[in-house]
Design a protein around this ligand. Structure first.
Ligand SMILES: [Zn+2]
Length: 386
C-alpha cells in the first residue's frame, strides 16, 4: 500500500476507540476508469482515480471499521431522483457511441493514445435553444451534450456499472441506518453531488447523496437534511431538491464567484424555490479559508439543520477542502475534518455519510477517517452510539 503511512495519520485519532461506523463497499465502483479529463480543450490526466477507493478502504479497515458489501437495489428510488433519458444515456451511450463508429471516426487525429471515451461536443445552452422545446437528438454524438454539461466527465466501458454500483452502496448504507446503526458510510465512487435531475458533470454521473436522501424519505424520515462539506458546491443535489420543503440542502464551499467550479451555482442568494423556499443554504468561502472560518460555516449549517427539524442527515463527505488537495484552494486540516464530523454527530440524528470528492491520495484515507471518527464521537455524546 504505497499511500499508507502512520506518520501521515491525524494526531487526534484515538486508537483505543476503533471506528464502529460500517463502511459499505462495492468492487464494481473500481470499474469506472475515466482515463483523464478534457479540460480547456485538451486531454489532462484527471484526479478521480480508482485508487481513491482503495486508499480510503484500507485506512478505514486499519481503524477497525467493519466493511459491508453493497446489496443490489431496484431502480425505484433512482427513478425518483433522475430523468429516464439521463439513465438511458448513461447505461447505453458508450455502446451506442462505439456502434456508431465515432471512436473510429476520430482515430486518425487521436495521436498515439486513441480516444475511446464519450465526450460531448455540442450543448443546448439556454441561449442556443432560446425557449424552443429541448429535443432528443438523433445522433448519439449530439445527445451527449443533452445530458452531459461539461467536457471533463468522460464515459468509458465501465462507467455505468460503477455509477450504478455507487447508488447501491449509498442505498445499502441507508438500509444499515434503517436497521439500527446510528451512522453508516457509503464509499461511493464515482462521486455524485454535481448531477442534477437530468444532467451529469463534474466527474459525477448519478447523485448518490440525493438517492440516499430520497431513500430516507421513502423509508419513513419526514424531513431529511443534506450537509455538503465537499470543497465544491453540490449544484446537482441543490437542484434535485430546490423546489421541495421536505429535504434541506446546506453547503459550504469555495466561492464560485471567485472563479471556481461549478461557476453557475452555489451563490449565497440561492435559497430554494416555491415550496422549497428557505430550505437551501449556500455558504461560499474565500480561497485560503482555514479551519476556524470553515468550522464556523459548518456550525451555521448544523444550526440550520436543527431549526429545519430533520429526522435524518446525509453528509456529502468530500475531503477536497483539505490543505493539500489539488482541486481546491481551501486549507482545512485533519483536525478540522474531525471537528466537522463531531459537530454533525452532535445533532444526534441517524446519519448516512456519502463519499464525494477528495483527490490527494497520500492523505485521502486519513482525512475520511478523521471525519468519521469525529462523527462517531459526536454521536456518542448524544447517545446515538453507546
Ligand atoms: Zn469537490
Amino acid at each position: 500500500m504505497p499511500y499508507m503511512s502512520d506518520a501521515m495519520g491525524p494526531s487526534t485519532t484515538t486508537p483505543t476507540h476503533p471506528l464502529a461506523i460500517p463502511v459499505v463497499w462495492s468492487a464494481d465502483c473500481l470499474r469506472h476508469e475515466p482515463k483523464g479529463e478534457v479540460w480547456l480543450g485538451v486531454m489532462t490526466p484527471g484526479t478521480e482515480l480508482p485508487e481513491r477507493a482503495h486508499v480510503i478502504r484500507a485506512e478505514l479497515e486499519s481503524a477497525g471499521a467493519p466493511v459491508v458489501d453493497a446489496r443490489r437495489h431496484g431502480d425505484q428510488t433512482l427513478h425518483a431522483v433522475h430523468d429516464r433519458g439521463l439513465l438511458d444515456f448513461l447505461e447505453h451511450g458508450y455502446r451506442q457511441w462505439a456502434e456508431a463508429g465515432l471512436f473510429a471516426a476520430v482515430a486518425q487525429w487521436s495521436g498515439p493514445e486513441p480516444v475511446d471515451r464519450v465526450v460531448p461536443y455540442v450543448f443546448p445552452t439556454a441561449g442556443m435553444v432560446d425557449g424552443l422545446p429541448l429535443r432528443e437528438p438523433a445522433g448519439i454524438h449530439g445527445r451527449a451534450g443533452r445530458y452531459g454539461y461539461d467536457t471533463m466527465t468522460l464515459i468509458g466501458p465501465g462507467t455505468w456499472l460503477a455509477a450504478r454500483a455507487a447508488v447501491d452502496v449509498a442505498l445499502t448504507a441507508v438500509d444499515l441506518v434503517g436497521s439500527g446503526h446510528a451512522a453508516a458510510y457509503a464509499l461511493c465512487r464515482p462521486p455524485g453531488h454535481h448531477v442534477t435531475h437530468d444532467a451529469y458533470g463534474g466527474s459525477c454521473y448519478l447523485n448518490n447523496a440525493a438517492v440516499a436522501a430520497q431513500a430516507l424519505r421513502e423509508s419513513g424520515s419526514g424531513r431529511v437534511a443534506i450537509v455538503d462539506i465537499d470543497a465544491h458546491h453540490g449544484n446537482g443535489t441543490q437542484m434535485v431538491f430546490y423546489d421541495r420543503s421536505d429535504v434541506f440542502y446546506g453547503s459550504l464551499h469555495v466561492d464560485p464567484g471567485a472563479g471556481w467550479f461549478p461557476h453557475y451555482a452555489g451563490y449565497a442568494d440561492e435559497s430554494g424555490r416555491g415550496e422549497g423556499a428557505g430550505t437551501n443554504l449556500n455558504l461560499p468561502l474565500p480561497e485560503g479559508t482555514p479551519d476556524d472560518d470553515w468550522l464556523a460555516a459548518v456550525d451555521r449549517i448544523v444550526d440550520a439543520v436543527g431549526r429545519f427539524g430533520a429526522d435524518a442527515v446525509v453528509v456529502s463527505l468530500g475531503v477536497d477542502a483539505a490543505v493539500d488537495d489539488p482541486e481546491s484552494p481551501l486549507r482545512v486540516t485533519h483536525d478540522g475534518y474531525r471537528a466537522a464530523g463531531d459537530r454533525i454527530g452532535r445533532l444526534g440524528l441517524p446519519t448516512v455519510a456519502v463519499q464525494e470528492g477528495g483527490y490527494h491520495l497520500p492523505t485521502l484515507g486519513t482525512l475520511v477517517r478523521s471525519c468519521l471518527t469525529g462523527l462517531q464521537s459526536g454521536l456518542t455524546v448524544t447517545g446515538g452510539i453507546s
